[in-house]
Write a protein that binds this ligand. Structure first.
Ligand SMILES: Cc1cc2nc3c(=O)[nH]c(=O)nc-3n(C[C@H](O)[C@H](O)[C@H](O)COP(=O)(O)O)c2cc1C
Length: 202
């Protein structure tokens, strides 16, 4: 295995960076060359064979910086194996709905109990595996990711800017699934990294 992997992240409160770093460590353990970089430092991805991008979920979507990156480099992402991960607080699943969720890796930390769609509220409907997957397709319709993972991250008001703190405090009051805390699950991140290594580097 001599392919070079680039793992890019955006973050506000640090959890997406920590996920990216765990993936990087796991890739090294699996004897694969990888670099972990903040999105603000990326201007060129041509020297890499495989691209993995991670973003916090903001309102069901990647952050504006990640969206801009995906659009800017979509031609290159079509040509290279590409995987994506979100960190967020909530992930739901509709009973019996599997495709296109089949390429979505779900962090067991979410403890998902699938529900019929007609029993879901608006928030739950906008946090399904399919929804996350589709958000990505809207930004880069021609890029087919090898895998999309959704990991539970962190909600720590002390690490957010004023506007986001007020917003997330409000959301915790109205959405019971969203609670402050540290939910990073290194075992799930390592498991996904291993799956990726075998899928991306074939
Ligand atoms: C502006 C903003 C919007 C968010 N929207 C959602 C959301 O729609 N659904 C969700 O589950 N989490 C949402 N979150 C929580 C983040 O996705 C979660 O805390 C993530 O792990 C943060 O990543 P970071 O630590 O790398 O910044 C939001 C957080 C912020 C700051």
């Amino acid at each position: 295995m001599n392919k070079k992997i680039l793992i890019i992240y955006d973050t506000e409160s640090g959890s997406t960076r920590e996920v990216a770093e765990i993936i990087g460590e796991e890739m090294k353990r699996l004897k694969t060359e990888s670099d972990v970089r903040n999105i603000i430092d990326i201007d060129d991805i041509s020297e890499y064979d495989v691209i993995i991008v991670g973003s916090p979920n903001w309102y069901g979507k990647p952050t504006p910086k990640i969206k801009k990156f995906l659009k800017r480099f979509d031609k290159e992402l079509i040509q290279k194996p590409f995987a994506f991960f979100f960190t967020c607080m909530c992930l739901t699943k509709i009973t019996g709905k599997n495709s296109p969720e089949s390429i979505v890796y779900e962090d067991p930390q979410f403890n998902i109990i699938p529900k019929p769609e007609n029993e879901m509220n608006m928030w739950q409907k906008s946090h399904t595996c399919s929804f996350y997957r589709n958000q990505l397709s809207k930004i880069i319709p021609n890029v087919k990711p090898v895998s999309v993972a959704v990991f539970k991250g962190r909600l720590d008001f002390g690490r957010l800017n004023f506007f986001h703190k007020v917003l997330m405090k409000f959301i915790t009051l109205i959405v019971k699934e969203v609670k402050t805390g540290e939910y990073l699950n290194p075992n799930a991140i390592r498991e996904w990294s291993k799956i990726l290594c075998s899928d991306l580097l074939k």
